[in-house]
Design a protein around this ligand. Structure first.
Ligand code: XIL
Length: 337
């Protein structure tokens, strides 16, 4: 068995993918690849707040429940994604905050309720939760003294202390789930270590205070046009590990410019080498750091990736091409494993 999941299992590493609820079950080839190749799954969108609570107090767990059931049937672990994030919050919530019908004190209670509801709903079924997503400032944002993004929706309304509280609330609802902080540019991908240092100092402090945080999720969204410092990435991952935290690569993809989004052929001929190389380095860092427990790609194939819709002119980011055929990046990971 040379599937990614079988090769990963031999070294105690789960190989995961983000799953699009709309394709699971209905797209046969897609569903087969998810089952055969991966030992962990993340809902690409189905567990986000806007998906699970479309109107206040009314929950829709259907798509997420289907994924959890699929995972159980296929011996896969589930990564829960995500409880507190500034994006994909329900419209009723953002509208209510904007028009003042939801005060900050009420917002805090609503968040607490949401975390409790969702973690309780999936209690015992989720291996790792991305409890908090993307609250630290990037180089183009304004950091507070503690490194959090001053303009983040949650930080702005509830203050830095809410981070620790969300971890505590999640832990109360499912004491056995691994609780992660998830973000990008936190292992020097943007060419500086500023954000890494901020996250490192912050989580070190959380641990010191006894806040139940178990690990760091490094998203791993790379772009061949920026290059990638694999040594710094490894050193930063190891530094998190040395704090006694687990680490996981949670959303790996390596995008590049493409001629058009239908066939996603790279415009730069060298990108077909750079792309698998950067995937390989992402995986290697995880293999070299003993605290690394999973390596997840953000989607199965180029035809179903968030990249063309988010980064104009880019694509080619995943392990399978637009026709669901394995790419060089796939065979490279297979060899690395
Ligand atoms: C993306 C999904 O892939 C898209 O389908 C959706 O429209 C927007 O969100 N960081 C994260 C993920 O933590 O949740 C994001 O997923 C990609 C960036």
């Amino acid at each position: 068995d040379t599937s990614l999941r079988a090769l990963g299992a031999q070294q105690g590493l789960r190989i995961g993918t983000a799953v699009d609820a709309a394709q699971l079950g209905s797209n046969k080839a897609y569903t087969g690849i998810v089952a055969d190749q991966f030992s962990a799954v993340t809902a690409e969108n189905a567990m986000k707040w806007d998906a699970v609570e479309p109107s206040q107090g009314v929950h829709n767990w259907k798509a997420a429940d289907d994924l959890v059931k699929f995972a159980q049937q296929n011996g896969q672990a589930v990564r829960g994604h995500t409880l507190m994030w500034h994006n994909q919050t329900p419209g009723w919530l953002t509208t209510g905050v904007a028009n003042g019908s939801i005060t900050d004190a009420q917002l805090r209670d609503i968040l607490h309720q949401h975390v409790t509801d969702e973690v309780t709903h999936f209690k015992g079924k989720v291996w790792q939760w991305d409890v908090v997503n993307e609250v630290f400032a990037n180089s183009w944002e304004t950091p507070q003294a503690d490194g959090l993004n001053r303009d983040d929706f949650w930080v702005k309304h509830l203050g830095s202390g809410v981070i620790a509280d969300v971890f505590r609330w999640a832990h109360q609802a499912d004491p056995k789930a691994l609780l992660m902080y998830n973000d990008y540019n936190i292992t020097g991908e943007d060419g500086t270590n500023v954000k890494f240092q901020a996250v490192y100092d912050f989580v070190k402090n959380l641990r010191k205070q006894g806040v139940p945080i178990d690990g760091i999720g490094e998203q791993g969204h790379l772009d061949t046009q920026y290059g990638f410092d694999a040594q710094r990435y490894q050193a930063d991952l190891q530094a998190y590990g040395d704090l006694g935290l687990k680490v996981a690569i949670t959303e790996a993809d390596v995008r590049t410019f493409v001629g058009n989004s239908t066939d996603q052929v790279p415009t730069d001929a060298l990108a077909q080498f750079a792309q698998p190389y950067e995937f390989s380095e992402l995986l290697k860092g995880c293999q070299l750091v003993s605290q690394c427990i999973s390596f997840t790609a953000w989607g199965v194939y180029d035809g179903d990736s968030w990249i063309p819709g988010t980064f104009s002119g880019e694509g080619y980011g995943l392990l399978y091409d637009v026709n669901l055929q394995p790419k060089v990046a796939y065979s490279t990971l297979q060899q690395d494993l």
